[in-house]
Ligand binder design. Structure first.
Ligand SMILES: *Cc1c(COP(=O)(O)O)cnc(C)c1O
Length: 485
């Protein structure tokens, strides 16, 4: 809005600071004296550009980025589904964005109602008794729940439960969370069908078992059909069953972790429930637990007393707070909007389409790629690039070549128990045309591998950045701005 009586003037001081003629804010400002030695002698060398040039600069940079809004992103295990734009509009409402965490509780009742209702929805979806929205991501949820399981055992005088059993196909965050929570991780093998090897599990379970961490369907995209037996084996030994909910997209509305015998779960709202992700977050990794573990939930929890939503801090057995304030609020709002707009039937259909899309792609791609586990998959599947490796082209090369066609590559070299693995998760939000385009691209790449392998070995050819020295980039990243010539 333009106020003719009060044109806004920006001024740059000799020292490069920008000031305006806006009246001062009605808040006490603490003046900070900067010591002489820290003050610039020269104004900063900021480029003098017009607004248009600046807009072009940032628009150009944003085009170099790749996201689900720019193309197909079949990154296995990450559930890169479409993020409906209406969720953004809802999360952006003034009533949500103009809140302060220290506002009196009576003035944030709407926000608390959304969180409370989201917890109730997630309890129903997972079959758990209580949910906390505090953890900021999946890995954080894993750690939180393991700390609770630890507190539970210790509270029962069970001080020797030091081991957490984890399948060899598990996501790397599982053993990492177990270690950070102070446990020793014990690996259980995968059998020839791609499922937990029950005999090996029986050998690994003992009176020191604190928990088994499992995702179902597992990271190979296969449903653990023996799950009830697995639950009995762990429970009989006095351990708890932890559900890594990153693969929930495959089974929503069909099976609930609670009904499969799990005692604690985390969900990745930024995967299954359409929170935008990639680029490092923010995520949201709520945990759900059975009544037995409920007293150990992080505090505070949101409760409803009479008609007032409030935070309950009177939780003597709680493991304490795991995040400032109460979770990543905006992501939780998006997830709630998604759940309410889909409804129970809609969420069930999500899983049906996710599974259908994955099986369609798997069967077509199996013409050229080795399929280690030929049974039907759930929401994702794993191929092996073994045949292509014999021709001198590795899975990494194939992934780089996919970039030239404008797709994000699948997850590669994970799970670790499959040689030259490619892990593909199409999600339910892609059309058959997109799936076919990707499959045909994979066939084009295979044709090149047979006739013209250099083009794949030296890929990518059409990206801004060519192949990187990934080890150096990971070990010695350059994080400082450097002036280009
Ligand atoms: C993504 C993922 C995790 C970790 O979740 P974050 O939200 O990335 O911390 C754990 N397990 C599996 C199987 C996953 O795919």
């Amino acid at each position: 809005m333009i106020n003719e009586d009060f044109p806004l003037i920006f001024e740059r001081s000799k020292k490069g600071r920008i000031s305006t003629n806006l009246p001062p804010l009605d808040v006490p400002v603490q003046k900070i004296e900067i010591e002489e030695q820290y003050i610039r002698n020269e104004p900063a060398e900021l480029p003098e550009v017009s607004e248009l040039e600046l807009v072009r600069h940032y628009t150009g940079l944003s085009r170099r980025n790749f996201g689900i809004d720019s193309g197909f992103y079949p990154l296995g295990s990450c559930t890169m589904k479409y993020n409906p734009k209406i969720n953004e509009d809802i999360a952006k409402l003034d009533g949500f964005t103009h809140l302060h965490p220290y506002q009196p509780i009576e003035t944030v009742q709407g926000a608390l109602e959304v969180l409370f209702s989201l917890q109730k929805s997630l309890e129903e979806i997972t079959g758990m008794d209580s949910v906390s929205l505090q953890p900021a991501a999946g890995a954080h949820g894993e750690w939180t729940a393991l700390m609770m399981i630890r507190a539970f055992h210790e509270n029962n005088g069970d001080k020797n439960r030091t081991k957490v059993i984890i399948p060899d196909s598990a996501h790397g965050t599982n053993p990492a969370s177990a270690t950070v929570a102070g446990f020793e991780s014990v690996t259980v093998k995968t059998n020839t069908d791609g499922l937990v090897d029950i005999d090996d599990l029986k050998r690994k379970v003992d009176e020191n078992t604190a928990a088994l961490m499992l995702t179902n369907p597992n990271t190979l995209g296969l449903f653990e059909t023996e799950i009830m037996d697995i639950a009995h084996i762990i429970h009989d030994a006095g351990g708890k069953l932890y559900y890594d909910g990153a693969n929930l997209n495959a089974i929503m509305g069909y099976v609930r972790p609670g009904d499969m015998g799990f005692d604690a779960v985390h969900l990745n709202l930024h995967k299954t429930f359409t929170g935008p992700h990639g680029g490092g977050g923010p995520g949201s990794g709520p945990i759900g637990v059975t009544a037995e573990l409920e007293p150990y939930l992080p505090k505070p929890i949101i409760v409803k007393k009479q008609d007032l939503y409030m935070f309950d801090y009177e939780r003597p057995k709680s493991i304490g707070r795991v995040k400032p304030y109460y979770g990543n609020f905006g992501i939780n709002v998006r997830a709630y909007a998604y759940i309410r707009s889909m409804g129970a039937k809609g969420l069930k259909r999500v899983s049906e389409y996710a599974v259908l899309n994955a099986n369609y792609m798997m069967r077509r791609l199996a013409k050229e790629f080795e399929l280690p586990y030929p049974q039907h998959c759930k929401h994702e599947f794993v191929l092996s690039g073994k045949r292509q490796k014999k021709l001198g082209v590795r899975t990494l090369d194939i992934a780089k070549r996919i970039l030239d066609y404008g797709f994000h590559p699948p997850t590669i070299y994970f799970p670790l128990n499959i040689e030259e693995s490619l892990m593909i998760e199409p999600t339910e939000t892609e059309s058959k045309e997109t799936l076919d385009e990707f499959i045909d691209t994979m066939f084009d790449i295979v044709a090149d591998i047979k006739e013209n392998p250099e083009i794949v070995q030296n890929a990518p050819h059409h990206t801004v950045v060519k192949r990187m020295d990934e080890t150096t980039a990971a070990r010695r990243p350059i994080l400082k701005y450097e002036k280009s010539n």
